[in-house]
Design a protein around this ligand. Structure first.
Ligand SMILES: NC(=O)c1ccc[n+]([C@@H]2O[C@H](COP(=O)([O-])OP(=O)(O)OC[C@H]3O[C@@H](n4cnc5c(N)ncnc54)[C@H](OP(=O)(O)O)[C@@H]3O)[C@@H](O)[C@H]2O)c1
Length: 242
């Protein structure tokens, strides 16, 4: 059985990814701030779920210690760095250069960039032993100004894309591939209430994406079908960059 560590598994893209990997026979080790709901069938065992608040460097370090004790350097076949935050005003409007406070910058960079970097570093031995694949979930906002996502989010995702290239270079020689998926607007709780209505005009496919479409691309990148794909980023945005 192949094993994946998946962050941000409780909702949205992460939950759909946990479901898809489980359906494809993988053991899915999950992380989030919250417990697994009693009825959730997509985490096989409670011991495979880790409650970690990524906004705390100490919590990330102690969570990774616990995770490594569970894995014992056994082969890990995939790591999906999916957990992320995109702070906005309460009405869903954009925090811009003037309104993004220092504490927001710190939290966003910690959750969206430093935690994924720590995960890949801490699990590198298991990934080498499994000739595994890492998928970092970046964003369309990492390459262009977005109507709803602000500068801290954009900078964190642009940096995560750069980190993907660096990790692909460093880990490729060990048979570990590192890639990103860069979603556009995907129907999850992260979207602002008016995102769909306001963005459809600029999306050639005239619809927002589904969590299942992102999960399928992540599974592909972790599969043998992607065995020579390393250091790249797949855009999942209905053609917005045309
Ligand atoms: N939806 C989109 O349109 C879109 C577009 C581009 C990129 N993305 C990226 O896709 C990824 C998933 O987004 P989503 O739309 O599925 O978001 P979501 O529905 O808001 O889910 C976010 C996930 O991240 C976890 N998370 C948030 N803060 C955390 C923290 N401090 N510590 C640990 N876990 C935390 C949440 O778990 P708990 O709250 O249970 O802890 C949840 O599982 C993110 O990296 C996001 O930036 C999304």
């Amino acid at each position: 059985m192949q094993t994946v560590v998946l962050t941000g598994a409780s909702r949205g893209i992460g939950h759909a990814t946990a479901k898809l990997f489980t359906q494809n026979g993988w053991r899915v080790i999950t992380c989030a701030r919250t417990e697994v709901p009693d009825l959730c069938p997509f985490t096989q065992k409670n011991q495979d779920h880790f409650i970690i608040d990524f906004s705390s460097p100490d919590a990330v370090n102690s969570g990774l210690e616990r995770l490594r004790l569970l894995l014992k350097d056994e082969p890990l076949h995939a790591l999906v760095n999916n957990a992320g935050i995109s702070p906005k005003f309460e009405d869903g409007s954009r925090l811009d250069t003037f309104t993004t406070e220092g504490s927001v910058w710190e939290e966003v960079l910690q959750v969206n960039l430093l935690a994924p970097a720590a995960f890949t570093r801490a699990l590198a031995t298991s990934l080498k032993n499994g000739k595994g694949a890492v998928v970092n979930v970046t964003s369309i906002a990492g390459t262009r100004v977005h109507k709803f996502a602000g500068p801290a989010y954009a900078a964190s995702k642009a940096a995560l894309s750069a980190l993907t290239r660096e990790q692909a270079s460093d880990l490729g020689k060990f048979g570990v591939r590192v890639n990103s998926v860069s979603p556009g607007e995907i129907s999850t709780g992260m979207l602002s209430p008016s995102t769909e209505a306001e963005m459809l005009e600029v999306i050639p496919m005239r619809r927002i994406g589904t969590v299942e479409e992102v999960a399928a691309t992540i599974l592909f990148l972790c599969s043998g079908s992607a065995s020579y794909i390393n250091g790249t980023e797949i855009e999942i945005n209905g053609g917005q960059h045309v």
